[in-house]
Design a protein around this ligand. Structure first.
Ligand SMILES: [Zn+2]
Length: 332
């Protein structure tokens, strides 16, 4: 059942002006709202709220939100100059959202998809346990319902106020993607300005197709940290969508007015694989950049612990005489 959003779709009062960061033009906010939040003079892509994204990408009235009630808790009792709970409350009031991601099912030109969307205004779109859980459930629903998954990212990375619980979400979100991959269900990742840190370093860079909005900032660490780490000057604009397209990291840079049509085309071109009676065959992952990440994810993402041999009940000797594959030795 489609839901009505309790929050305002506007990001600013409509009777004020916004200065375009690319061309310095003063743009009337009403004009931005009418124009998919693109600068009328230079085409700069302003950030969008979740409601605006839904209107942009999905068939009218088709979106149905899931897990709307999930709310972050302050497990660590964290505070820096302000308690984490205060920061959450401020963001909730500012955005009308419970956390930085909304997910649900909807249709793009009549084709059902599971979609997760970030709002950067909510604590910089940072990924804590609720964001990770929502995205994982989005992928798991795509698997069960056999529909493509799409995530529109806009994030500064892991939510530092949740410490290691936030880092665990890198595994939580990538583990179900391995299962989607094995089941032949496509995942399309859309990177918008900005997509950085632990979000880029996990599910966002694992799309079967990775799209980006023009001139979006996309990178792991900040430019200065990246230069210091490798000990050399990085090329101009190395963290833009266009640079990453030139270097094969992004499949296409898609201007916002074409995004919906591009997603519709991709969903048609990448049909969900037919069900192969029963379980999908287990996939042997090569040891590579993605293999390493998903191997890690499988170990910690709630899958099974038998691959690392912790607390796994051994079958009685002789019952199933074969040694498990891998390098684990059991003494008998
Ligand atoms: Zn402009």
């Amino acid at each position: 059942m489609p839901i009505k959003f309790p929050f305002s779709r506007r990001t600013a009062p409509s009777d004020t002006w916004t200065k375009c960061p690319s061309c310095d033009a003063q743009v009337f906010n009403k004009q931005l709202e009418r124009n998919q939040r693109l600068c009328p003079s230079c085409g700069h892509h302003f950030r969008m709220s979740i409601g605006e994204r839904i209107d942009l990408l999905l068939d009218p009235g088709s979106f149905s939100e899931r897990d709307a009630g999930l709310e972050a808790m302050d497990r660590l009792g964290f505070h820096d100059d302000r308690p984490y709970l205060d920061r959450l409350e401020t963001s909730r009031i500012k955005t009308g959202l419970r956390d930085a991601v909304v997910w649900g099912t909807g249709a793009i030109e009549g084709q059902r998809v599971a979609i997760g969307i970030f709002d950067f205004r909510f604590m910089g779109g940072s990924m804590g346990s609720v964001v990770g859980e929502k995205l994982a459930r989005c992928f798991e629903a795509a698997l069960v319902e056999r529909i493509p998954a799409i995530v529109v990212s806009a994030s500064g990375g892991a939510r530092m106020q949740e410490g290691t619980l936030a880092l665990m979400q890198l595994a939580r979100t990538t583990a179900p993607l391995v299962r989607l991959d094995a089941a032949g269900i496509p995942f399309i990742s859309v990177l918008t300005d900005p997509t950085t840190g632990g979000v880029l370093a996990s599910f966002a860079s694992l799309g079967d197709v990775i799209l980006a909005e023009p001139r979006a900032l996309i990178g792991f660490a900040g430019a200065r940290v990246a230069s210091d780490t490798v000990g050399e000057e990085m090329p101009e604009g190395f963290q833009t969508a266009e640079f990453l397209l030139d270097h094969g990291f992004v499949d296409a840079v898609v201007p916002r007015p074409e995004l919906r049509a591009s997603l519709a085309r991709l969903v048609k071109l990448l049909p969900v694989a037919a069900v192969d009676d029963g379980q999908p065959a287990p996939v042997e992952r090569p040891w590579g950049p993605i293999g390493a990440l998903s191997g890690f994810a499988e170990r910690f993402g709630g899958a099974v612990s038998e691959t690392i041999g912790i607390d796994v009940e051994q079958p009685p000797a002789g019952d199933n005489g074969r040694e498990p594959a891998g390098d684990r030795e059991t003494s008998r």
